[in-house]
Ligand binder design. Structure first.
Ligand code: SAM
Length: 283
């Protein structure tokens, strides 16, 4: 496995995914009943942004670095506050030296009844994650193929919660694996919330991916995409998207506030754009 996730920590794609994830957890907390977050590709948990290679890659500067400095519209600011306040608490000095991954972000928001299943296959990242959560009775870190967890770990005993599927997209066929993974997971747990991340770059099979998702017949498929430039303008990532399943309608309203604000803040060229739409309706 070629794991270079640390180079991408805090980039514009992380910002979209993590801002949305924090909103989902905020909605789950509106009800007192316990919920579980299943993070199938959990990463190392906490990323040191100070190393030479991360500084050189510089991706966080155009992601979380920009967002922290931005002057946001009040409604977007309010929605982003729980996410940004975790990052500010982790970085009490004015310089950003570490960035939290999805397991830390959700765990910071938990009440005592909520639980996290964090799955990570990479031995080094898995060990780092395990040591971060050592002794935490609310979190279980497992070294397992995350795709398998979409079968074996669902539904969770709480019968409430969200499954984050955030693969590295280093191997061929990851878009199809996302579709197959959702089909399997949804078959086992149709009332679960799902949050699936995917990258957008020139030539990526996004239209086919959406078509295959639509063909699953899963109700309530929502998609948010943020393109920081046109795909033809770069040979790197030009955007990213998140597929949401079974989300409360309030989240759709929040995405309609967040995406324009994130675009203004994270755009890299005038060709940036965003969209929030239901797959099967306007796709
Ligand atoms: N979800 C994390 C976050 O938001 O902070 C980031 C995850 S990163 C994009 C993808 C992670 O998946 C990497 O840490 C990689 O080691 C891990 N990974 C790759 N293949 C995996 C697999 N089959 N099962 C579980 N984890 C895997």
């Amino acid at each position: 496995m070629n794991n270079r996730q640390i180079l991408h920590a805090g980039n514009f794609a992380d910002v979209l995914k993590h801002a949305a994830l924090v909103r989902i957890v905020a909605h789950l907390k509106e009800n007192d009943t316990a919920f579980r977050v299943v993070d199938t590709h959990a990463g190392a948990g906490l990323y040191d942004l100070t190393s030479d290679e991360v500084q050189e890659a510089g991706e966080w500067h155009s992601g979380i670095g920009r967002l922290l400095e931005a002057s946001l519209p009040a409604d977007a600011d309010r929605l982003l506050e729980p996410y940004l306040s975790i990052i500010r608490t982790l970085n009490p000095d004015s310089t950003l030296s570490c960035y939290p991954g999805s397991p830390i972000l959700v765990r910071e928001l938990f009440r005592k009844q909520d639980r996290l299943s964090a799955i990570e296959l990479h031995p080094q990242d898995g060990a780092a994650l395990k040591s971060l959560f050592d002794g935490d009775y609310q979190t279980r870190v497992t070294a397992l193929d995350g795709w398998l967890a979409l079968g074996a770990h669902l539904p969770p005993k709480e019968q409430r919660g969200v499954v984050l599927v955030d693969p590295p997209f280093e191997a061929e066929g990851e878009y199809d694996r996302l579709v197959d993974g959702l089909a399997r997971a949804y078959g086992r747990w149709p009332s679960g919330l799902y949050c699936l991340w995917y990258p957008i770059r020139d030539g990526a099979p996004i239209a086919a991916f959406h078509r295959k998702l639509r063909a699953l017949g899963v109700a309530n498929l929502l998609c948010a995409e943020l393109h920081v430039c046109d795909a033809k303008e770069t040979n790197r990532l030009s955007g990213s998207g998140v597929i949401f399943v079974n989300m409360p309608t309030a989240l759709e309203d929040e995405l309609a506030v967040l995406l324009p604000a994130l675009e203004v803040c994270l755009a890299q060229t005038p060709q940036s754009h965003h969209s929030v739409f239901r797959i099967g309706e306007s796709d």
